[in-house]
Write a protein that binds this ligand. Structure first.
Ligand code: B1M
Length: 213
């Protein structure tokens, strides 16, 4: 197998034997984000496909998630960083009812490596908790992540609740079940401030830079 195929296979098989050595080799020719968005993400897509076909069970998908997390943790110190930590403050959360956090945590790493202070509220975060955090932290933006189809609907509810609480800082939304169209036609009209759709973590950073600086 090629190096790329081996990296995808660690994720698919949920195995870490040889992973770090192969990540070290991959770093010789690619950037940390290139490795995550390339072979590791294609492994995750395969996991999603196999899971959808009932060829994997949740416990196996959890092991794949562990491999992804271990890889991101190993690659993080090799990512480009800016020295400043003063561009702005962003609250991040996976919405109520959703436990998927790998994408959100990747967004956290990229934002904090690029000068943002991130307050990560974790997973299954209900609107009330976001409202409380927004009042306490006074963020420059709030980032919501969600991977389930029902999470897209939960983002609509969250936007309505934030608006009712008179919170109108820009919202950044992302995750597999969302689209720009859903964001513009279903979430944005329910909110008092701007709502922007980020297709991946780097796009999230670009939008944050546009919104805040
Ligand atoms: Co789940 N899961 N899962 N799962 N899981 C999906 C999402 C699914 C598509 C798999 C499938 O069936 N094909 C499917 C959703 C179906 C649907 O609603 N359409 C699904 C399901 C059904 C479920 C359960 C219901 C299964 C069950 O229990 N029967 C259950 C849900 C529990 C719940 O949330 N209440 C469940 C559970 C799990 C595990 C716990 C086992 C595990 C998650 C572990 C964890 O996160 N700690 C898991 C995993 C790993 C997946 C897949 C395989 C991979 C997700 C992932 O981590 N991708 C996923 C299938 C897939 O996506 N291929 C699947 C890698 C990650 C880097 O990408 O999070 O998309 P992602 O983030 C991207 C972009 O979306 C974007 O940037 C990142 C890239 O740079 N992004 C943002 C994300 N958030 C952003 C926020 C931003 C900006 C960009 O700004 C704020």
């Amino acid at each position: 197998l090629s190096l790329e195929e081996r990296l995808a296979r660690y994720v698919v098989e949920g195995s870490k034997d040889g992973l770090i050595e192969d990540l070290e080799e991959a770093l010789q020719k690619d950037t940390p984000l290139g490795i995550i968005n390339g072979p590791l993400m294609s492994g995750m897509d395969e996991v999603g496909r196999l899971f959808n076909d009932n060829q994997l069970i949740v416990a196996e998908v959890l092991q794949s998630a562990e491999v992804m997390k271990a890889s991101v943790a190993f690659l993080e110190p090799h990512m480009d960083k800016t020295e400043t930590n003063s561009k702005g403050k962003i609250i991040l959360a996976t919405v109520k009812g959703d436990v998927h956090d790998i994408g959100k945590n990747l967004v956290e790493i990229i934002l904090s490596n690029n000068g943002y202070e991130v307050v990560n509220l974790g997973i299954k975060v209900p609107p009330e908790q976001l409202i409380e955090a927004a009042r306490r932290e006074k963020p420059d933006a709030i980032g919501l992540s969600g991977l389930l189809v029902k999470s897209a609907q939960q983002m609509v509810i969250t936007a309505q609740d934030l608006k009712a609480a008179r919170i109108d800082v820009p919202l950044l939304v992302g995750g597999a079940a969302l689209s720009r169209k859903f964001t513009e036609t279903r979430i944005a009209p329910e909110y008092g401030g701007p709502v922007l759709y980020a297709k991946d973590a780097m796009n999230g950073l670009e939008l944050a830079n546009r919104l805040i600086s």
